[in-house]
Design a protein around this ligand. Structure first.
Ligand code: BTN
Length: 269
């Protein structure tokens, strides 16, 4: 018999959201398959979709990741995009980027320990990636405010890392691989969104969230390679500031602040 807790279902997600906090979703758009929920979200937001509209899909055939990469999105994962319209200015973007990782981390922790955040917003279980987050925003008002932000989240829930094939199998994992608890995917999706809503509503009062981010950081205190504009630099991560920016010291003892942008980190072997 098919276990329906393993299959994303619109009514079941709504039912779980109702149990947690119904104000966290104003509208739910559900797809069996779409190209990219972030693209759907941006189209809907440009047409005036409400704050807290949720787009969710069982699979994507054109899932996108950071830095122009693709994001493998087979059935068995959660692929969602959440449209928010923050009142505050652009500074919300980096905060929500970091905060989204805390939202996902908290939801995954009910299934397994050892859930950590790799700056800026990859969620790892052990030393393998279980979730990627891509935040995209539309800027208006001469760049002073974000008209909307789309928070796109992809979580590997069921399956084995081998099924990701190629290089991915060594660097990604799924929640199922790391837990003995039966996973209810609809409940998990609802928990992620409810946590994300809490993060969104805490943008002006971010202390708890950024503390959780720091406490669960995979990179704080580590030596890592920073890749930026085609250049590679070895840095030591000194701190993560209140907005989620990374404070690093380079080999020449220069201290720098790194916002998100097109920057990636890799661990020193
Ligand atoms: C990354 O790891 O580089 C970020 C991956 C983000 C994937 C999610 S899945 C839902 C949403 N739709 C997309 O096309 N991308 C994001």
């Amino acid at each position: 018999m098919i276990n329906m807790d393993k299959i994303l279902d619109r009514e079941k997600i709504l039912n779980e959201i109702e149990k947690l906090d119904e104000s966290c979703v104003s509208e739910l758009v559900f797809f069996d398959e779409t190209s990219s929920t972030n693209d759907d979200a941006k189209k809907l937001a440009n047409k005036g979709a409400k704050d807290c509209t949720l787009i969710i899909a069982r699979r994507q055939n054109g899932g996108r990741g950071r830095m122009g990469r693709s994001f493998l999105s087979e059935e068995g994962g959660i692929y969602l995009s959440y449209i928010i319209r923050p009142k505050s200015t652009l500074y919300s973007a980096l905060k929500i980027t970091a905060g989204a990782a805390v939202a996902v981390m908290r939801a995954i922790k009910s299934y397994c320990g050892d859930v950590l955040i790799k700056w800026v917003n990859d969620v790892y279980i052990g030393n393998k990636k279980a979730c990627g987050i891509l935040c995209e925003s539309a800027i208006s008002d001469g760049g002073k405010s974000a008209d909307f932000i789309v928070v796109g989240i992809g979580i590997n829930v069921f399956g084995k890392s081998e099924s990701f094939g190629g290089e991915l199998k060594d660097i990604v994992t799924t929640i199922e691989e790391n837990t003995d608890i039966d996973i209810n995917i609809n409940k998990l999706a609802a928990e992620v969104v409810s946590n994300l809503y809490k993060v969104y509503k805490s943008l002006d009062n971010f202390d708890d969230i950024i503390s959780a981010y720091r406490e669960n950081s995979l990179v704080l205190g580590q030596n890592v390679y920073l890749f930026e504009a085609g250049k590679k630099a070895l840095v030591n991560v000194l701190d993560i500031d209140d907005e989620g920016a990374l404070i690093v010291k380079d080999e020449f003892s220069n201290i720098r602040k790194i916002g998100s942008g097109e920057v990636s980190l890799r661990f020193k072997e």
